[in-house]
Design a protein around this ligand. Structure first.
Ligand code: ADP
Length: 447
């Protein structure tokens, strides 16, 4: 086992990793930008190193500074969290080249899944069903027209290097295809320096269902069931559940078997998530994330597992030590992402937290790095907390979440807590009757 780990991240996820390390008796090194000098992850870590100015590019994405920090402090492994360098294959490779362990999959697997076109061809070859669309990259607008006519409108032009919902444009009809093509490519070039695009049928009422996977270095792969992440705004998740109100235990077993067999054949190791769109009883793979996800706590609650602890253990070369049949599901969990945003316009609202009082009680978990007096910097992601509840049934989980949201006090900045309250009150949400388009329609009605 490692004796010291450097956490190459900030905010709640840096704390999340730090907590797992503490419980394993592992010392932690925090890295931070000048804007985060008084952040909670810095205060709680055993050691902290400033790695650059506020801009992420010069700090949390600064590979040389992070590696120097690891070397100076004698850290043996690096946990990248999510975002920042977590899906950067070159970073994973460089970390390993310096004799350190990257807590995650191999650089080759990160690279393979980082290109969504390669990800899809790989999964197809391994027997995983896909969303209908182009066979790989589109080389011309004419080719896009042909594929669109074949799969039928509406269609989606997507960036091979896409992420965070960027580089993705819908064409409702043939008239809109040229604009979607140009816009997706321009956005992809600007955001990722790569304008390769592909095409998918734009599904009209799917749910976003994803599967949590863990693999060890010896070919053993298990899944921890699904998360329903259909509640999204601009392709960004806002509320997640485990399990999905739409998936039966048999469906979970079946897709779980397909996914674990595929990843075991790939030799995939550490944590990963397979994302699917689910409609009319069919799972269609859209992409794989080769890292821990924001919404991992809902899985932890229903499976009673510490996924970060597992990541660290597996990276240290330990075996999984349990089989699929040992993984059981109990109750229901919901996560609300609390963003520092106006709950109606979604404009970011950084600023000083005048009062912070998180909810508590049975079945309530708050993953956050906030404290009273903390100044939410304007430079990073607007997510400031995750409120997670666990209860025996979905109905009880909803009641518990409403109770917890009512208790949550964050003063001085605006947050999306009022929006979450409205979602949880909605009869359709309460029935579990929603698709990926539901939240945008819901928020449009509130305007
Ligand atoms: P990113 O990596 O940018 O997050 P994804 O491929 O994961 O992109 O897609 C993000 C979201 O966009 C999905 O969860 C879903 O809501 C929507 N989406 C993606 N592909 C399709 C599709 N073919 N049809 C309908 N919606 C889609």
């Amino acid at each position: 086992m490692f004796s010291k780990i450097l956490i190459a991240n900030r905010g709640e996820i840096a704390l999340r990793v730090l907590r797992a390390c503490r419980e394993l008796g592992i010392k932690t090194v925090a890295v931070h930008s000048t804007a985060d000098a008084d952040a909670m992850h810095v205060r709680l870590a055993d050691e902290a190193v400033c790695i650059g100015p506020a801009s992420s590019r010069d700090s949390y994405l600064n590979v040389a500074a992070i590696l120097s920090a690891a070397t100076i402090t004698g850290a043996e492994a690096i946990h990248p969290g999510y975002g920042f360098l977590s899906e950067n294959a070159d970073f994973a490779e460089t970390v390993e080249a310096h004799g350190l362990t990257f807590i995650g999959p191999t650089a080759d697997h990160i690279r393979m899944m980082g290109d969504k076109i390669t990800a899809k061809t790989t999964m197809l070859a391994l027997g995983v069903p896909l969303v209908p669309g182009s066979d790989g990259e589109l080389t011309s607008l004419e080719q896009a027209r042909e594929v669109a006519a074949r799969v039928g409108y509406p269609v989606l032009i997507k960036a091979a290097a896409g992420g965070g919902g960027r580089g993705m444009k819908v064409a409702q009809t043939a008239d809109e295809l040229e604009d979607a093509w140009n816009m997706a490519r321009t956005e992809a070039r600007a955001a990722f320096g790569n304008d390769a695009v592909y095409l998918e049928k734009y599904m009209d009422r799917p749910r976003h269902i994803e599967l949590q996977i863990l693999g060890d270095n010896y070919g053993n792969v298990v899944h921890f069931g699904e998360r329903d992440c259909s509640l999204q705004r601009r392709h960004q998740k806002l509320l997640e559940e485990a399990g999905s109100p739409a998936i039966s235990a048999e469906q979970r077993d079946a897709i779980g078997r397909t996914a674990t067999e595929a990843l075991s054949r790939m030799g995939y190791r550490n944590a990963g998530t397979l994302e699917f769109l689910y409609q009319d009883g069919q799972f269609c793979f859209i992409e794989m994330n080769t890292r821990l996800q924001v919404e991992h706590p809902v899985t932890e609650m229903v499976c009673d597992v510490d996924l970060v602890r597992e990541q660290i253990r597996l990276a240290a070369g330990e075996k999984l030590g349990y089989a699929q049949k040992d993984i059981t599901f109990s109750g229901h969990a919901i996560e609300c992402r609390i963003n520092a945003e106006d709950p109606v316009t979604f404009a970011p609202c950084p600023g000083t937290v005048a009062v912070y009082h998180p909810p508590g009680g049975l079945g309530v978990r708050v993953d956050s790095a906030l404290y009273t007096g903390y100044r939410v910097p304007p430079f990073y992601d607007s997510m400031i907390a995750k409120l997670i509840v666990h209860a025996p049934t979905r109905e009880q989980a909803i009641a518990r979440m409403q109770r917890a949201l009512d208790e949550f006090v964050v003063e001085g900045i605006k947050t999306v807590i009022p929006l979450h309250r409205q979602i949880l009150d909605d009869p359709q949400f309460r029935k579990g009757d929603y698709t990926i388009h539901w939240l945008e329609q819901f928020t449009a009605r509130l305007q």
